[in-house]
Design a protein around this ligand. Structure first.
Ligand SMILES: [Zn+2]
Length: 169
């Protein structure tokens, strides 16, 4: 398994090697990334899977993995997800992580994250307070959002690294 911490750190608990400890102190990785890395390693071992990073907001944890890795991480019948949810005490969603370059990637990210609600598009909004992204969701799908509107905005903003708002059309 490929993770943001090294193989030695995947297999240990509590302490990190100096290199990974520095990544944590510098904010390159978070406590949550370390925790999820170790939990996934216990579940997946040496499987050909990449864990990229995790973000949380409200009662939701979003785990970002490599291309095509989602089914393996979820596990048969969702067994891995169920274990993670029990240990974390939160809801868990697994999506493909991708490098955000602009609205195309934000649209793909929002489509995966907000499913089964449909994403119509993503706009860039230029406001006096700065630029933000507006994810447009079909109004009739409002009830299909997988978590609270604010929680999802928070998660999207953390992943994108700038403000993201959800708007219904
Ligand atoms: Zn390490």
């Amino acid at each position: 398994m490929k993770a943001p911490i090294c193989e030695v750190c995947l297999k240990t608990e509590d302490i990190l090697c100096p290199a990974d400890e520095k990544k944590l102190q510098d904010g390159v990785i978070s406590e949550l990334d370390v925790k999820i890395s170790r939990m996934l390693y216990k579940l997946l071992g040496d499987a050909d899977v990449e864990f990229k990073k995790a973000v949380e907001a409200g009662d939701l944890v979003v785990i970002m993995v490599g291309e095509g890795n989602v089914p393996l991480v979820i596990g048969k019948g969702g067994k891995n997800i169920k274990l993670l949810m029990r240990e974390l005490g939160k809801r868990v969603r697994v999506i493909e992580g991708l490098e955000i370059k602009g609205t195309d990637e934000i649209k793909k990210l929002a489509t995966d994250l907000l499913y089964p609600a449909s994403v119509f598009g993503v706009n860039v909004v230029y406001a006096p307070s700065g630029q933000y992204y507006k994810v447009l969701v079909i109004r009739r799908d409002q009830q299909k959002l997988p978590a609270r509107h604010e929680t999802l905005e928070d998660i999207l903003s953390k992943i994108v690294g700038s403000d993201v708002k959800i708007s219904f059309i």
